[in-house]
Design a protein. Structure first.
Length: 92
């Protein structure tokens, strides 16, 4: 599957605005996120962000299939091509 970069940027900006707001966020998400950020291997942080963003843009995405073109899985996506939609978080 291809992740639409325009849609991904829109979703990412919405998520950033929500995170920076005074809104209460679901405890389960803040808990999982803190757990990932606490890992020694920092590669999991962008992997989690990419997976969540891909799923938020298209709910048909198989978030656990990070390699597009996998035989028999039309819902797989390219984590590299989708990675933060090619944007640096500093640009937001």
């Amino acid at each position: 599957m291809r992740i639409n970069k325009t849609d991904a940027e829109f979703v990412l900006r919405q998520a950033l605005a929500l995170a920076q707001s005074d809104s209460d966020l679901p405890v389960i998400w803040t808990s999982h996120t803190r757990s990932v950020f606490g890992l020694d291997e920092m590669t999991w942080t962008p992997a989690l962000a990419t997976m969540l963003l891909a799923k938020a843009v298209d709910d048909k995405v198989d978030a656990f299939s990070l390699k597009a073109g996998q035989p028999g899985n039309a819902r797989a996506y390219s984590a590299r091509a989708s990675s933060a939609t090619g944007y640096s978080f500093r640009q937001l």
